[in-house]
Design a binder for this molecule. Structure first.
Ligand SMILES: Nc1ncnc2c1ncn2[C@@H]1O[C@H](COP(=O)(O)OP(=O)(O)OP(=O)(O)O)[C@@H](O)[C@H]1O
Length: 215
């Protein structure tokens, strides 16, 4: 078994003393997909935030292998609408890195941005402001920002919740492509078909292999 880009040991989280997660253990392998499922309020978003490192655990530890790059698509991104960004600018943020925060983009960055915008069918919206988008168009823009990142781990919270059937298929193709390219993908989903894209499912702290998907 190779080096896992991400592991969690005995992870727990409390909001102001109220326990949400307890004793979560997981290991995410390269070139694999993990689905996190469970009812509303069971802690899926909280777990994804912990795994992406935007929230610190109350118990246990999240370990990322050295130099592991994590791309996060959060479920709630309300504040971003207040920024006077166009769709193209918002997607381009995904190509920035801590060592390259100014928009000196490489040809590879430009090609990756154009490819993802085409695949998510937002190229025609490139100059539109975020606040002028429909819910699904906004979701596609934020997905493009996540997918354009050259990440080792993609952490995507309900990535297709607002999307039409055709766009969902494009997103699922992108997920499979990233896994084939060696990335690990973690998705939270309420959709059984979507969760079955993943080789493993974590439901409220219990990891079980999925039966082989008929695909
Ligand atoms: N900022 C917060 N402060 C206090 N409690 C919170 C906060 N965010 C979430 N919670 C609570 O933590 C629990 C888990 O929330 P979380 O959003 O992780 O669940 P979820 O499984 O992603 O839910 P959903 O399926 O509805 O998206 C819920 O009971 C929720 O009310």
């Amino acid at each position: 078994m190779g080096t896992a880009p991400l592991t969690a040991e005995n992870l727990g989280f409390r909001y102001a003393g109220t326990p949400v997660l307890h004793g979560v253990n997981l290991r995410v392998e390269p070139a694999s997909m993990l689905a996190v499922t469970g009812p509303n309020g069971s802690g899926k978003s909280t777990l994804l935030h912990l795994l992406a490192g935007v929230v610190r655990p109350s118990e246990g530890v999240v370990r990322r292998a050295p130099a592991t790059r994590v791309a996060l698509l959060p479920q709630r991104t309300g504040d971003i609408d207040a920024l006077p960004l166009t769709v193209a600018e918002c997607v381009r943020i995904g190509t920035f890195t801590p060592s390259r925060l100014l928009p000196r983009r490489t040809r590879q960055d430009r090609a990756a941005t154009a490819d993802v915008m085409d695949r998510l069918e937002i190229a025609h919206l490139a100059r539109r402001r975020l606040r002028e988008l429909s819910g699904g168009q906004r979701q596609r823009t934020l997905l493009a920002q996540a997918f354009v990142q050259q990440a080792d781990v993609y952490v995507l919270d309900e990535p297709t919740a607002a999307l039409d059937t055709r766009t969902r298929r494009h997103v699922h193709d992108l997920l499979r492509d990233r896994v084939r390219a060696g990335a690990a993908v973690i998705i939270a989903s309420h959709d059984h078909d979507e969760a079955s894209l993943a080789a493993h499912t974590l439901t409220l702290g219990t990891a079980t292999p999925n039966p082989p998907a008929g695909r």
